[in-house]
Design a protein around this ligand. Sequence first.
Ligand code: SF4
Ligand code: SF4
Length: 101
Amino acid sequence: MYKPFMKKIPAFGKKFIVGQNCNGCMICVDVCPVNNIRILPKGKKEWLDHCEGCLACLQFCPVEAISCGGKTDERPRYHHPNVTADDMLAQKGAAETGRSE
Ligand code: SF4
Ligand code: SF4
């Protein structure tokens, strides 16, 4: 089951939709650990094809503007209460520069 499931993950990103209530904060872009969200003109976003399915973009959006496949609209968002978007960004920066905490 694992291999077929994993093959579907990269395309997962194509299921994300951004609603009209997006405020342009770019937290979704910042927290994506694999830089899978590209910024388009006028602040629109495009999910690329190397999503890892972590859902950080969806869970950290402060206004719940991101939905996935039409199935998440009514679901509560959650991320670990002691982990902030800034923490995610710092960890990503450390990984990209090869630093360890
Ligand atoms: S995190 Fe949410 S509000 Fe901020 S830019 Fe992304 S979709 Fe828009
Ligand atoms: S934050 Fe996670 S779920 Fe969102 S695009 Fe990046 S890898 Fe995919």
